[in-house]
Design a binder for this molecule. Structure first.
Ligand code: ADP
Ligand code: SF4
Length: 702
């Protein structure tokens, strides 16, 4: 459906001013800072198309993720980009050409990992300032760098900069944050070298200054040189920045690069989940920066509001609006502001599922933007979609994230859509979960879609409409999608079967997150038993503490909220819960509860301990709410072809999973209606093909 667009509000004109960065000019102030994608050098076409879409969406600068400058900095299984040889130049060209097509600048971040890389793929020895253990848990130590190593590093960096230039990049980064090698050179506690690269401030900044100068000398006539820099040294216990010598250091280099890309020391704050960190949170840590340099400054802050962006610029905090996540959730954010189409902005919810792609070594995905990562593989575009393949009608049952997204995308295609929801509220799980502590931004998943649906005359929404077989038949739709979701279970899965934990003959108070979300709060001491491992266990524990319960969080995992490590939130979760008095019982399996005493078995020794609690909340697994689907199938004895409509179940009702899987399932259903791909070969596969040239691998489209 075409949207009514208006001219942009003159208040936002400042965001669209061209900005000079050294020898190049960005067409506006929207700057997609380097961000990881789980694609890197492994999936060049997937990556190039994803970045192209952002340039098309109006970002004035589009950067790569971190580019390894040499095989002795290899992050696999987390795929970085690379600038090692000519093949990398060709791969990057796909991206730079695509970005330039839309008048945007392309930036490349050069990177050397040091003690954070174990070089598992290349088997090179990692180098850092000293012989230290790998920082991310691999049993490999680094070699201490000598002067020859430093000379080599400078040469590799220079060569990588030249390759970046030859690949068509307009901005080349010296990357000295995020605890990688260069940031260690700056760190007074780490860099105690006795030579000209260690000790006093001037020596510790020497290598960075040399790299800026080397890069300028090598490519500075054509490319801007940017520095990624942490404005503070540490965050104090009170949450306030400790600047230490950072200001003094910054002053020494303030005019050297063409652009400053500012971060902060605490990554879990810089890229914090919305449970803990809100829009614009870096400002107190870096608000001094612009007063100390004449060079343009960019930083991030999960900015989705154009008013907040304008305020940052007008108040002299930044020159560019940096974004990783807002550009993932809505690659067309700048265009929508430019066209005055603010209500169409798909705001990031701060869940960090995008980051989990990097943590798991798989291509990026996004809760809000189901097309993210599928631009090349499936040809999905975040704003455009195939028109309807027929004039048929579609009934969608259930208005959670899967049903809402299916209705929105089918409506956009032009189908006649009926969306039936049993309750009086739309949004399903995101509406329920957004009422839990810290989770309010999850409601954006619902709100964006509702806003879009309101503008579609071909979509009808029916609230308070519980559908059974008869009601579905009465509608007479040509297609029916069942998106009826899932409910938390009261039992647990022991690896083979679901088992009840209620002691025989007892009727203990065993609750689930659905009970807590429905306001059924227990009294007294409570055990939250977390086998899910993502955010729900911690959030429920927090809700119970707020209710006045004394809470123990038990889990068979050795970590609190283990999977939430992949979204970089688990460390904050643990600190947050501990701070509010939650006790932990880790590596413990709940075996029995009689209403007064819970029995926990140590997962290693099997030894039992007991805990006196009045209630247990089980955060274990979910059961699909698929009775309607099953009843419809039973009505035709399991032969779907006999139904007067096509039938599909989507989202949690098919297989309970994260919210991103539900929006993806809804979107996929809509895309594939009358347009089904070959079910036997559903995926295009991006890979390096070694087939044809004996000299080595080259890229060929499958
Ligand atoms: P998902 O994450 O897959 O979108 P949710 O659990 O968030 O699933 O949402 C499922 C929605 O379906 C809920 O709002 C629920 O009220 C609704 N629902 C469940 N059964 C029916 C039914 N028989 N008729 C209509 N709506 C239903
Ligand atoms: Fe934002 Fe979540 Fe999408 Fe990442 S996955 S961009 S945090 S909505």
């Amino acid at each position: 459906m075409p949207r009514d667009t208006h001219d942009r509000d003159p208040r936002y004109d400042i965001l669209f001013e061209p900005m000079q960065i050294g020898p190049v000019t960005a067409k506006n102030r929207f700057y997609q800072v380097p961000h990881c994608t789980g694609m890197g050098h492994l999936r060049p076409r997937t990556l190039a198309e994803m970045r192209r879409v952002k340039a098309e969406g109006g970002w004035g600068v589009v950067c790569t993720e971190y580019n390894s400058i040499h095989p002795s900095s290899d992050d696999l299984p987390t795929p970085s980009a690379a600038l090692w040889n000519d093949s990398d130049i060709r791969a990057h060209r796909l991206m730079t050409d695509a970005v330039h097509e839309h008048g945007a600048l392309a930036g490349a971040e050069l990177w050397y990992g040091g003690h954070r890389t174990a070089n598992l793929m290349t088997r090179e020895v990692s180098m850092d300032l000293q012989s230290v253990p790998n920082a991310v848990g691999h049993p490999f130590q680094t070699r201490a760098m000598d002067r020859t190593d430093i000379r080599n590093l400078r040469r590799w960096h220079r060569n990588a900069a030249l390759r970046a230039r030859d690949a068509g990049f307009d901005i080349v980064y010296v990357y000295c944050t995020h605890t990688y090698l260069l940031s260690n050179f700056l760190n007074p506690r780490i860099n105690t070298r006795g030579d000209e690269y260690g000790g006093r401030l001037e020596n510790r900044t020497r290598l960075i200054r040399e790299l800026i100068e080397d890069t300028k000398e090598a490519v500075g006539d054509r490319c801007a040189v940017a520095v990624r820099w942490a404005a503070d040294e540490q965050v104090g216990k009170d949450g306030q920045p400790i600047h230490g010598e950072r200001r003094e250091m910054f002053e020494m280099m303030a005019e050297l690069p063409d652009l400053w890309d500012i971060n902060i020391a605490d990554y879990s704050l810089e890229m914090g989940v919305s449970r803990f960190i809100k829009e614009g949170s870096l400002e107190p840590y870096m608000d001094f920066v612009k007063s100390m340099t004449t060079k343009p400054v960019v930083t991030v802050g999960r900015f989705t509001s154009p008013d907040a962006m304008v305020s940052q610029i007008r108040r002299g905090v930044v020159d560019f609006i940096g974004a990783a996540r807002p550009s993932i959730a809505d690659p067309f954010l700048p265009k929508k502001i430019e066209e005055g189409d603010l209500s169409a902005i798909r705001e990031c919810i701060g869940c960090n599922i995008c980051y989990s792609g990097d943590s798991t070594g798989t291509p990026i995905r996004c809760t809000q933007n189901p097309t993210m990562g599928e631009e090349w593989r499936k040809g999905w575009h975040p704003e455009r979609i195939e028109p309807a393949g027929s004039d048929s009608s579609v009934l969608i049952v259930g208005a959670g994230p899967a049903g809402l997204e299916a209705a929105r995308a089918l409506g956009q295609r032009g189908y006649r859509v009926m969306l039936a929801e049993a309750t009086t509220e739309l949004g399903g799980r995101v509406s329920r979960e957004s009422a839990l502590p810290g989770m309010s931004e999850y409601a954006r998943v619902r709100d964006y879609r509702l806003q879009q649906l309101q503008e579609m005359v071909n979509v009808e929404v029916f609230l308070d409409s519980r559908m059974g077989v008869e009601e579905v038949m009465e509608v007479g739709a040509d297609h029916v999608a069942i998106a009826t979701g899932a409910r938390w279970r009261r039992d647990r899965y022991n690896g083979e079967v679901y088992v009840d934990i209620a002691a025989p003959g007892s009727e203990p108070l065993i609750l689930t997150p659905d009970d807590i979300m429905a306001g059924r709060m227990p009294e007294g001491d409570v055990l939250v038993y977390d086998e899910d491992g993502y955010y729900m266990g911690g959030v429920i524990a927090e809700a119970l503490v707020a209710n006045g319960n004394a809470v123990t969080l038990a889990s068979p995992s050795e970590s609190v909220s283990e999977w939430a490590g992949k979204t970089s939130e688990r460390w904050r979760v643990r600190r947050h819960l501990a701070g509010m008095g939650v006790r932990f019982a880790l590596a413990q399996e709940l075996t029995l509860f009689d209403g007064k005493t819970a029995t926990l078995a140590d997962v290693f020794s099997g030894e039992n301990t007991t805990l006196d609690v009045a209630a247990v909340v089980m955060v274990t697994a979910r059961a699909p709410v698929d009775a309607l689907y099953q009843d419809l199938m039973t009505s035709v004895e399991g032969d779907a072809d006999r139904l007067p409509f096509t039938l599909k179940r989507i989202g949690d009702c098919e297989a309970p999973a994260i919210v991103a899987a539900a929006t993806y399932a809804g979107h996929r259903y809509a895309r594939e209606l009358d347009n089904a791909p070959d079910p036997d070969e559903p995926l295009k596969h991006d890979r390096v093909d070694v087939g044809e040239t004996p000299e080595g691998a080259h890229l060929r489209e499958e």
